[in-house]
Design a protein around this ligand. Sequence first.
Ligand code: 5GP
Ligand code: ZN
Length: 137
Amino acid sequence: MKDDNCIFCKIANGEIPSKTLYEDERFRVILDLGPATKGHALIIPKNHYPNLYELPEEDAGDVMKLAKKMMIKITDGLGCEGFNLVQNNGDLAGQTVFHFHLHMIPRYQADGQTIGWKPQEVSQEELEEVKNRITGA
Ligand code: 5GP
Ligand code: ZN
């Protein structure tokens, strides 16, 4: 379950050193080399799954449990006042490393970052159509 050309496979499995905050048999949590804020961390499975579509359900659940534990540790250590969890899937969505990872971005007063989107206007009819396309109603 490793890809020889994947940098996160090498990092997650310890072949390339990283600032590791936590490690177990299935996951490694590291500090991002290009942090959005102080303590920006990545949860990386040791097995290679390109994105959330491919990640097994059990791992998806365990990633979120680990995120909760790490949020507490990072908050205790750094005194951040909030968190953004970000997870990019696909080029268009901004994914640059094609090995699943969850960004954990601590937030501080005046940290200079904005993580968000521009809300669009939508009618009730459009919402209904979208809902029906997704649910198959
Ligand atoms: P993506 O854009 O795929 O969601 O996020 C990739 C993240 O990985 C970026 O935030 C980038 O800074 C980080 N990154 C890329 N290469 C390395 C590396 O070699 N080591 C670490 N620690 N982070 C990396
Ligand atoms: Zn990989």
